[in-house]
Design a protein around this ligand. Structure first.
Ligand code: 0O2
Length: 229
């Protein structure tokens, strides 16, 4: 299949002129062919979540989802991960080994919303749950919290139907606030992270987690108040 030159150049632009071998280049070109399936799979998951959110608006007079963000890994980021995990550089093994080529991040209001949405999503007939990592019950040592699911959904193409993996990260607004800033700070501080800074970030995560629990309790109490019944 002939890949449009301008599209190839656009996707290669984040390599910033670094040398890439013809093997890597061929792999990226093949990836362009399957990239569309990942975009479609992320869209399927997003639509399912938006449908649930809209239903809540009618049945519960509130919407648990604050925001949904999607991203498809760039070729550069795929190559970095392939090298990091020592996976073979061919499309089949990239599809098998990488769970997060398509990523959907769901930002909720309260902790309970995270588990409710996760349950409702994986209960759907066409969604298959491959893996759950609950970094809320077991936060990462740095304080990172989020619920990660790896699921597959069918993508109906003109000549075939393919099950495509999507990593779904579900977290509260507060968890997202911490993760976004931590991502930026750690990136900027790369190589010179002091123990004190790591401890400070972890302590901020603890304070944020306690606030999430308090906000959840407050929300429940307000919903249960007779005047809101
Ligand atoms: P980006 O740009 O956000 O996508 P796996 O390959 O899935 O088997 P992995 O990659 O360790 O194993 O998966 P994990 O730990 O379930 O989740 C990885 C993703 O979660 C990261 O993707 C981040 O989005 C997020 N994440 C995990 N740990 C942290 C953390 O300590 N801080 C922040 N801010 N985010 C975290 P990427 O690919 O690293 O980046």
């Amino acid at each position: 299949m002939q890949i449009e030159q301008s599209k190839t150049q656009y996707l290669f632009s984040d390599l910033r002129g670094n040398f890439i071998s013809s093997e890597i280049s061929a792999t990226i070109q093949s990836f362009l062919v399957i990239e569309n399936s990942y975009i479609a799979a992320a869209r399927e998951i997003t639509t399912k979540l938006e449908n649930l959110n809209d239903e809540f608006k009618i049945t519960a007079d509130r919407q648990p989802i604050h925001q949904i963000k999607t991203r498809i890994k760039t070729p550069r980021s795929i190559i970095d991960k392939v090298i990091r995990i020592g996976c073979e550089l061919n499309i089949q093994s990239v599809k098998e080994q990488l769970n997060d080529i398509a990523g959907v991040r769901v930002i909720c209001s309260y902790i309970d919303d995270i588990y409710t949405l996760a349950d409702l999503l994986v209960k759907q007939d066409d969604v298959e749950l491959l893996r759950t990592r609950d970094y809320i019950k077991d936060p990462k040592p740095n304080g990172y919290r989020s619920l990660h699911l790896v699921v597959t959904v069918p993508v109906f193409l003109s000549k075939s139907t393919e099950r495509v993996k999507v990593e779904v990260q579900i977290r509260t607004v507060a968890m997202d606030f911490w993760a976004s800033l931590e991502h930026e700070l750690v990136y900027k501080l790369a190589g010179e992270k002091s123990h004190a800074m790591i401890a400070e970030l972890r302590e901020c995560a603890e304070i944020i987690a306690q606030t999430d629990v308090r906000m959840q309790k407050l929300h429940k109490a307000i919903r249960a108040a007779p005047e809101n019944g």
